[in-house]
Design a protein around this ligand. Structure first.
Ligand code: MN
Length: 398
């Protein structure tokens, strides 16, 4: 049996306001052809299907088009769980009808854990997938009055481990002799982050120690955008996001994981996702940056490269800055997503002082900025309360 594990698609994501739809479409074309070429039987998507709770029509179209194309392939079972970015109700809306196509959606936690069990038998190979989504605070504990923030977090982590241990116990009773694959969308201890998982820092649950997780045959995890093995155990894995979601991920190897299960042994293979768009950061003086920009080869990639620039000079002359803006406007081998000037010495002309643009800041960054001014940057409790408010607003604005 062949299974593909992927996660953190974040369909509909924007980078400095730019749509990523073309990149997602190219990824789905690649995923589809990989599934067909390798005769994959099962697809697992470990959360963060969409970037926002209420995705745009074009984001939904990309998603449903892909699912439709899967119907005529060897991939007869699709398992999709909700991540922290997904709205449970958005993801679950087509759940009933998709179930008839063997596409199993778990936007949120069901009342009974057994509802998350998907037993699969192909070629005499028996696999049980426990498709458990991102767990929200309310799924884990009722809030207890008078409990400190630290106590609450500790409690949440313990409850998460308990929930999974209980799931494994039930799975062993109901499906003995099945290979057990569990999904999860959470942050484990020791994982390497990039810039695009900002919600983590406001994390409900914080970090789970992988050592405490029950021993299953494979953990198909989502939430962290860099692909990685956790705790040197190659059966606990984050597949990472298929496209770089921030400039900090520009040098990451983006991939999907393929599990080959034979006589209950799991063999794991990484399959690289081709880069459709090159992301590059350039830092230097005016002339250094110009030189680097000129040598970028457009033709090496399907889509136009996207560049982030930081110019550092002793002092920045107004004319020089204008000249540079004209220069980048005429480039056709790449697109400049963002540029910034920084003078090493005292800035002489007030006009060239570029404050951090609001466009570059998320709601959370902005709140961080506010906390910093108030000397409360380390106050996780306030961050947590803020996150709850933002989530409530997003929910109500639909
Ligand atoms: Mn994510």
């Amino acid at each position: 049996m062949r299974i593909i594990h992927t996660s953190d698609w974040h369909i509909g994501q924007r980078l400095y306001g730019k749509e990523r739809n073309e990149e997602h479409q190219l990824f789905f074309d690649f995923l589809l052809s990989t599934i067909i070429d390798t005769e994959t039987d099962v697809l697992i998507v470990a959360g963060d299907i969409f970037d926002v709770a209420y995705p745009s029509n074009s984001a939904e179209e990309i998603y449903f088009n892909f699912l439709t194309k899967l119907i005529n392939t060897t991939c007869k079972t699709v398992i999709i769980i909700g991540g922290n970015h997904d709205s449970v109700s958005t993801l679950n809306a087509p759940k009933k009808i998709l179930k008839h196509l063997n596409i199993h959606i778990f936007g949120g936690l069901e009342a009974e854990i057994e509802k998350h069990f998907i037993p699969i038998t192909y070629n005499k190979e028996n696999v049980l997938i426990a498709a458990i989504p991102f767990l929200r605070d309310k799924d884990l504990v009722k809030s207890v009055a008078g409990q400190s923030y630290d106590e609450k977090i500790k409690n949440l982590r313990e409850e998460l481990v308990k929930l999974y241990s209980n799931a494994l116990e039930k799975a062993n009773e109901e499906f003995p002799n099945f290979t057990k694959i569990f999904t999860g969308h959470f942050h484990t201890d020791g994982s390497q982050l990039s810039d695009s998982e900002r919600e983590i820092h406001f994390g409900n649950l914080g970090i789970v120690n992988a050592k405490n997780l029950p021993k299953v045959d494979y953990w198909a995890l989502g939430h962290i955008h860099r692909p990685q093995i956790i705790g040197k155990n190659d059966k606990i894995r984050y597949s990472g996001s298929p496209i770089p979601l921030s400039f900090s991920e520009r040098n990451d190897n983006k991939l999907i994981l393929q599990l080959e299960i034979l006589e209950q042994n799991i063999n794991i293979k990484q399959i690289d996702v081709p880069i459709s768009r090159y992301l590059k950061k350039i830092k230097g003086t005016f002339s250094e940056v110009k030189m680097e920009l000129e040598i970028i080869e457009k033709s090496s990639f399907i889509l136009l490269p996207w560049i982030e620039i930081l110019i550092i000079e002793e002092k920045i002359e107004f004319e020089q800055k204008n000249e540079f803006i004209e220069f980048i406007a005429e480039l056709n081998n790449c697109e400049i997503l963002k540029y910034r000037f920084e003078a090493k010495n005292i800035i002489q002309n007030e006009n060239i002082k570029v404050p951090k643009s609001l466009d570059d800041m998320s709601t959370y960054d902005l709140f961080d900025h506010f906390l910093e001014k108030k000397g409360e940057l380390a106050n996780v409790e306030l961050k947590h309360a803020y996150k709850e408010i933002i989530e409530q607003i997003n929910k109500n604005s639909k």
